[in-house]
Design a binder for this molecule. Structure first.
Ligand code: SAH
Length: 361
């Protein structure tokens, strides 16, 4: 493909440079940025306060890429899942979760995911490619426009498809675009980045001037078991990860969230709970329990509410703040770990589905 800059993937200062390099005044950058990110315009021709020549030049010399909504499905609980098509035909999913009590967009950072966590359907896809900054931020723009929320306050969680710290530069750039006061102006304080703990990237994140809230997908309390459930643990182990969390510059009154998927009879015993208490000692953290969302091809079951509550009680009794994630949108496969699209492999969708189903037996 011919290399054209995507207007939607440029920060305001980069837009200025691109204009200056083409003999245009830099000040138009702000107008263009506002049209794209604040008003959701997808065609330079609609930027009516720009001269005709500049509009033509933008159309001729740049792309303005906007993910296209292929399908929109609404759950009985109001959660809405969007199937989006990218410029090269690849597909991703993004989810709107209302009233948590905030309004939340759950967005993807990659087509598929390379982490292959044992209980996650997205991991079954493998990785196809990274999303660009424009595609990551573009999901928010598209969902907000579709839902009439361009002027509404909302939160963003990087908990869709992909591992954000495995696509670090594009993810951080997307967060800067989203934070820009001339665009959607989503403060990083309203953004949560969830990661399995890609350590070099996590160390880098710790030095960023603007930083999202951090959620760590812990899921296990021993190296041996985490090696199996979250395979990247073989490279960046639990102990190192928790040491990095201990050093992480957590802002005043804030905490790191530790996500812990609960798998019946696997990691949900009272011993696990007590080990978790010990592991988190000295870390400004809280625990979010995620009772497994079951799916065909995922060889685990969801524990009973009693088991979940017993686990939560042990944490609470030892002074660890704990919450249980209420699963949203399960009826439309929009819940955690259930996002999967069929563009990632060259196999036909039917064949891939058959593979997933047989893995479930
Ligand atoms: N790659 C990032 C963000 C994506 S997933 C990460 O792993 O943190 C967001 C959360 O959903 C993660 O904690 C993930 O482990 C969890 N999850 C994955 N599959 C799940 C499932 N089947 N049921 C419940 N939670 C799941």
């Amino acid at each position: 493909m011919e290399h054209r800059l995507d207007l939607a993937g440029l920060e305001e200062h980069e837009l200025e440079q691109a204009l200056a390099g083409r003999g245009q005044p830099r000040f138009h950058a702000r107008q263009i940025f506002q049209w794209i990110h604040k008003r959701g315009v997808t065609d330079p021709e609609a930027m009516t306060d720009l001269g005709r020549d500049l509009r033509r030049q933008l159309s001729d010399e740049f792309d303005l890429l906007t993910p296209e909504v292929l399908r929109r499905e609404q759950s009985s609980d109001g959660t809405t899942k969007f199937l989006l098509r990218l410029a090269d035909g690849k597909q991703i999913e993004s989810v709107y979760i209302p009233d948590t009590p905030a309004q939340t967009f759950c967005i993807s950072t990659q087509v598929g995911c390379a982490m292959r966590c044992a209980f996650c359907l997205t991991g079954k896809m493998g990785i196809d490619r990274n999303l660009t900054a424009g595609e990551i931020a573009g999901q928010v723009r598209v969902l907000a426009r579709e839902l009439g929320m361009l002027d509404t306050r909302f939160n963003i969680v990087l908990m869709g498809m992909g591992e954000p710290l495995h696509n670090y530069e594009a993810t951080m750039k997307a967060l800067r675009i989203l934070a820009d006061e001339h665009g959607l102006a989503v403060s990083p304080r309203r953004v949560t980045l969830s990661t399995v703990g890609v350590l070099p990237a996590l160390e880098k994140l710790a030095t960023e001037p603007v930083m999202p809230n951090l959620a760590i997908s812990l899921h296990s309390t021993t190296e041996e078991q985490r090696d199996l459930l979250v395979p990247i643990n073989r490279k960046y182990g639990l102990k190192e990860l928790l040491d990095a969390c201990r050093r992480f510059p957590v802002k005043r009154r804030e905490r790191i969230t530790f996500e812990y998927v609960m798998l019946d009879g696997v990691n949900d015993t009272p011993e696990d709970a007590r080990r978790l208490v010990r592991l988190l000692h000295g870390i400004r953290g809280k625990v979010n329990l995620l009772p497994l969302n079951e799916a065909a091809g995922i060889p685990f079951t969801r524990p009973s509410d009693d088991r979940v509550n017993r686990f939560a009680r042990i944490l609470a009794d030892h002074g660890v703040t704990v919450s249980v994630r209420k699963s949203r949108g399960r009826d439309i496969r929009a819940a955690c770990g259930q996002l999967i699209t069929e563009s990632a492999r060259t196999d036909s969708p039917g064949k891939r589905l058959a593979t997933l189903m047989s893995a479930g037996r």
